[in-house]
Write a protein of this length. Structure first.
Length: 165
């Protein structure tokens, strides 16, 4: 949290654990619960520290729950109940089928406050699809880790944007 403040982040992401796909239900639930405990600690610490550099910094919690509908709904409701400046949808595009990613995103958006368009966090291996899907639903921002991934995993994108090693 302090590092995000110091580097001048305008959107500070709460800590979360993104379970891999596939994950067993029990692991996904424990991961989500850990993310929620961390969120409460992040909210407390965020409230006890001052913004840096003379401008507002906001805290965004991250919805988790793997691809389990009940966990995604529970996480979205928990996140919404904390009434932060905005919310993020995490844990998608980590290997699940593309349609499942979109289904989870849509499910979560139904539970998050309409006045706070969610920040899709990640986008993983499908940045253009995720961005197009989210833009079509009124999302105003997209945070994507994809530009870092080719360097991390030595991935080459061909002309068709299919991944090649």
């Amino acid at each position: 949290m302090d590092t995000q403040r110091i580097i001048g982040a305008d959107i500070i992401m709460a800590f979360d654990e993104c379970p891999p796909y596939p994950s067993e239900y029990r692991y996904a639930r424990k991961s989500m619960e850990l993310t929620h405990r961390w969120l409460d600690r992040c909210i407390k610490h965020f409230g006890e520290t001052e913004p840096k550099y003379g401008y507002e910094q906001t805290l965004f919690p991250i919805v988790q729950g793997s691809t389990y509908k009940d966990l995604r709904v529970a996480s979205a409701e928990f996140i919404a109940s904390r009434d932060c400046a905005g919310n993020a949808i995490g844990g998608l595009s980590v290997g699940e089928p593309e349609q499942e990613m979109y289904d989870m995103c849509g499910l979560v958006c139904e539970k998050l406050p309409v006045e706070k368009p969610p920040l899709p966090d990640g986008g993983g291996y499908a940045p253009e699809y995720f961005a197009e899907y989210c833009a079509g639903r009124g999302y105003v921002r997209l945070r994507n880790a994809y530009p870092q991934w080719p360097q991390r995993y030595v991935v080459h994108l061909g002309r068709s944007h299919q991944h090649k090693k």
